[in-house]
Design a protein around this ligand. Structure first.
Ligand code: NAD
Length: 254
């Protein structure tokens, strides 16, 4: 196992999730000290159990107060945070954009767009103290090409793709790199939910085979494959890379 992240301090929101946990475990294995945040205390504790040097903070990623508390507790435990992964996100409702309600829209954009922005706002000052930083935001292939089935989700992830570019320009002079990962369909709770949104068992099976037929590598991704790409973007190996959206999607967007 490498030591790319030895003693580096990394903050992760959505750390109880399929991707958040896989990434946390990889970084922990390479020596990182981890501040982990999620609204689900049980899943958060399961992630912390595979990360020997970590703290857990339970809260809502939409809440400025909760995110500021997370940033303060991370700093108190480990010193200033140098790397940030705001992974907390939700799919929202399936269907056409106009078939969602105002409440659906507000909830989805609060978690998927406002949440990552709040996290950046809370942690960039700590990165400035360190004199360097790396942020990997969580877009999606649906944030690079419009999705007819997850329309508002797609719009929220499109916002993340351009937030990445804007923030890369904002913070280049601070020596802070900002990139985003654009996963395709990855095995785990979120993908299971996307199939459930398709309807009954028959509709779910049809959706699964339709999705597979659009992926040149003819399979869904594994969380570890996203973790490896995120770790690359965070690491010094990517020291000259900022402002990109990296698709990890089995060729789906070709
Ligand atoms: N899994 C995929 O196929 C896929 C594909 C493209 C993009 N993504 C993106 O990657 C990120 C991680 O996805 P995942 O697969 O780990 O999802 P997941 O559903 O497994 O986990 C998401 C985590 O975020 C937490 N969370 C949700 N809302 C929260 C809130 N308001 N406050 C605090 N925590 C909250 C949940 O409790 C959960 O632990 C998301 O932003 C998602 O949109 C995932």
């Amino acid at each position: 196992m490498g030591e790319r992240f030895k003693d580096r301090v990394v903050a992760i929101t959505g750390a109880g999730g399929g991707l958040g946990r896989s990434i946390a475990a990889l970084l922990a294995g390479e020596g990182a000290r981890l501040a982990l945040f999620d609204r689900d205390a049980r899943r958060l504790a399961e992630t912390a159990a595979v990360c020997p040097t970590s703290i857990q903070v339970v809260g809502d990623a939409r809440s400025a107060a909760d995110i500021e508390r997370f940033a303060a507790e991370a700093r108190a435990a480990f010193g200033p945070v140098e790397m940030l992964l705001p992974a907390a996100g939700v799919l929202g409702k399936a269907g056409a954009a106009i078939d969602n309600t105002e409440a659906d829209f507000d909830r989805l954009f609060a978690i998927n767009v406002k949440g990552p922005w709040l996290a950046c706002k809370a942690f960039v000052p700590q990165m400035r103290e360190v004199g360097r930083g790396a942020i990997v935001l969580f877009s999606s292939t649906a944030g690079l090409a419009g999705s007819p089935t997850l329309s508002l989700y797609s719009a929220s992830k499109g916002a993340i793709t351009l937030l990445t570019e804007a923030m890369a320009l904002n913070h280049a002079a601070d020596n802070i790199r900002v990139n985003c990962i654009a996963p395709g369909t990855i095995e785990g709770p979120m993908t299971d939910e996307s199939f459930r949104l398709a309807g009954d068992a028959q509709a779910q099976a049809a959706r699964r085979s339709l999705m597979l037929s659009g992926i040149p590598l003819r399979r869904f991704g594994e969380p570890g494959e996203i973790a490896a790409a995120v770790a690359y973007l965070l690491s010094d190996d990517a020291a000259f890379t900022t402002g990109i959206a990296l698709p990890v999607d089995g060729g789906r967007l070709i």
